[in-house]
Design a protein around this ligand. Sequence first.
Ligand code: NAP
Ligand code: MG
Length: 400
Amino acid sequence: MSKIQMTTPLVEMDGDEMTRILWKMIKDDLLLPFIDLKTEYYDLGLEKRNETDDQITIDSAEATKKYGVAVKCATITPNAARMTEYDLKEMWKSPNGTIRAILDGTVFRAPIVVKGIEPVVKNWKKPITIARHAYGDVYKNAEIKVPGPGKVELVYTGEDGTEIKELVHNYTGAGVAQGMHNLDNSIESFARSCFNYALDIRQDLWFATKDTISKKYDHTFKDIFQDIFDAEYKEKFEAAGIVYFYTLIDDAVARVMKSEGGYIWACKNYDGDVMSDMISSAFGSLAMMTSVLVSPQGFYEYEAAHGTVQRHYYKHLKGEETSTNSVATIFAWTGALRKRGELDGNKELMEFADKLEKATIQTIEEGKMTKDLALITSIENPTVLNSEGFIKAIAETLCK
Ligand code: NAP
Ligand code: MG
């Protein structure tokens, strides 16, 4: 059998711990036997990041701008414990944060739906994709604990000295106050990423804020989305047969619960934080989610939504058996390969991505799965496989 050829390389970002182990198994058993895999390899493992003063992370993001598509393994975000564990020169920043800052994108997360892992919400038939704005609001706020009577004001001072003042509150006793911000630029990028992604996967786009209460702040989000939609996307949406739908956040939440799924839900930063955890846990698990960063210029970075699964890695190091779910990491690869194929007009590569996803889902639906899924499946007497056994089982299904 001749292998599938690639014309342009994928940017490959290797990572840490258990997901690094899975990464190699996936390549060895599911990709290399079938594809003449072309990648530009960046080792984002913590040791290499430390050795290069984190330059490797920046280089990998720049390479993504050059080639357009990257696939990323989960990586450690260092904390105090990692400083000693890896003898780090510095507490390097989260690679995801660094990459996001360079590519300036929106993260889209969707559950991978499998028969036998039923969503808790019984009418959800199709995945719901969350698009989370990843800049500003309460994540970059300024807060005051108000000690006693007095007034709090918001003051803007322009470079030319002009002032805009708004009274927050006249305090008669102690309390709290907070100031938040966002930027038109960032909201515009967010909107374009959402519209592009909706066109990409041909699904309706929902967006919701609290504009009736927040008449300037949230209303600006609503207006920017609507203006960009009307000017740049309205006709494209009509041609694709999809809809952009704006509503209030509380109405959106009620509609989501009653819906069948099958759309993208764009959320402001805080809403996205909270709602993506609700959606992922209601659909099953973080190991059954796809995650892709889409930049407004159309660069794509695919990853798993979960971390490096540290606890399993320590077991692995002790020589104990692990049963770590590789589905999200496999889907990071298939997402990237499909997008590469699409950009290069490489049909074979796109079809391979489809087949590998199908084989993965079929393997689980036949009752062969990792421990985390065996605990929540409605399939009777599932076969619990170890990390490697599960990947080998998918390889077998794929060959068939
Ligand atoms: P984690 O890797 O997401 O794992 C937390 C727990 O969730 C695991 O111990 C495991 O539960 C379960 N789990 C997650 N993924 C699983 C999978 N694929 N298969 C089976 N079970 C899975 O989070 P963490 O252990 O708290 O964090 C480890 C490191 O990941 C941290 O250094 C953090 O900085 C990093 N992280 C990276 C990313 C990223 O690169 N995208 C995201 C989040 C965290 P049981 O132990 O009960 O089996
Ligand atoms: Mg959260």
